[in-house]
Structures are given as structure tokens and as C-alpha cells.
Design a protein around this ligand. Structure first.
Ligand code: NAG
Ligand code: NAG
Ligand code: NAG
Ligand code: NAG
Length: 132
């Protein structure tokens, strides 16, 4: 089950963040916005795509390499995530999202009411305010 604020959960279910989340435990390469890059094993990914890595190598634009036992990368600094070539993207997304399926009884469709209309409007506002 994905844990996080409602905004984080929304991003997880509605963007490709779930794909990044599925990379947890894998060794990957991240290109950063400031022309440096880093390789390491993904430990955790949160709903803002902040990524913490372990056994990471940070490489600055001049080509100097630095080793970090643990490295935290802010989501907004990430330019590009190299997806491992042997990974099937569609299969991974399906698997990741199935993992989080609620197993409870099927919910009845929500009847239209003023309260629900208002909730939907708020939901749309949240979507509009997301800075994606
Ligand atoms: C990731 O790379 C490190 C260091 O090269 C290695 O020790 C580790 O086993 C690798 N992990 C995976 C999941 O490939
Ligand atoms: C590039 O961004 C990373 C992650 O925020 C930071 O650790 C690093 O110091 C930055 N490098 C340069 C050369 O600005
Ligand atoms: C992750 O990034 C978001 C937005 O960039 C920030 O608000 C949040 O505090 C970060 N989380 C951590 C644990 O630093
Ligand atoms: C892809 O290859 C890496 C290294 O050989 C391995 O650690 C990883 O589990 C593989 N991933 C998949 C989805 O097969």
C-alpha cells in the first residue's frame, strides 16, 4: 500500500510516479537538472519523486566522481531517470498498481448529491493546483 499525503497518493495513481516507485531496490542512473548525474540503488521514492539512494556515485559536470553511502535527491532536481533496459514498462506499471488494489468489497457507485459535487469540484481544484 502506498503511504503518503492525499496529494502524494493522487500523484502516485495518476502519473508515471508509480513506475519510478517500482524501481525501488534497483540500480539506476539519474540525470540531474544541473548537468551532473548520479548512479545508485534506489531505497525509497516519495510522492514528490524525491529519491533516496544508497551506494551512490555522484558525478559532477567536470567528470569528478564522489561516492556516497546514502544520497537524497530532490524530485525537482531530476531531469531524467534511466529505466533499466530489461524492464517492461507496461507490465511494471500494471504490477505496481495491482499491488495497491483494495481487496475489500466492490464499492457502490456514488450517488449524485450536492456534497459529492462539491467534493468533485475540490478534487478538480487539487488537480489544477498540482505543479506537474
Ligand atoms: C547495485 O550495485 C551495487 C554496487 O555495484 C551491488 O553491490 C548491488 O548488488 C547492486 N544491486 C542490484 C539490485 O543490482
Ligand atoms: C547538482 O544537484 C545536486 C542535487 O541537488 C547537488 O547535490 C549538487 O551539488 C549540484 N551540483 C552542482 C555542480 O551544482
Ligand atoms: C520532497 O520534495 C517536496 C517538493 O519538492 C518537498 O516539499 C518535500 O519536503 C520533500 N521531502 C523531503 C522528505 O525532503
Ligand atoms: C534487470 O537486470 C538487473 C541486473 O542484471 C537485475 O538486478 C534486475 O532484477 C533485472 N530486472 C528485471 C525486471 O528483470
Amino acid at each position: 500500500m502506498f503511504v503518503g499525503s492525499s496529494k502524494e497518493r493522487f500523484v502516485y495513481h495518476n502519473t508515471l510516479l508509480c513506475l519510478v516507485k517500482a524501481l525501488q531496490g534497483q540500480n539506476i542512473t539519474l540525470d540531474l537538472r544541473n548537468d551532473s548525474y548520479t548512479c545508485g540503488q534506489i531505497v525509497t521514492v516519495d510522492g514528490f519523486m524525491n529519491i533516496s539512494l544508497c551506494s551512490a556515485v555522484y558525478c559532477d559536470p567536470q567528470g569528478n566522481e564522489f561516492f556516497f553511502e546514502n544520497l537524497f535527491i530532490h524530485g525537482r532536481n531530476i531531469r531524467y531517470i534511466h529505466i533499466p533496459e530489461n524492464m517492461s514498462i507496461i507490465a511494471t506499471i500494471k504490477k505496481e498498481l495491482n499491488k495497491n488494489k483494495e481487496t475489500g468489497p466492490v464499492k457502490k457507485p456514488i450517488a449524485k448529491s450536492r456534497k459529492n459535487t462539491k467534493a468533485l469540484q475540490q478534487h478538480m481544484q487539487t488537480v489544477a493546483s498540482l505543479d506537474l
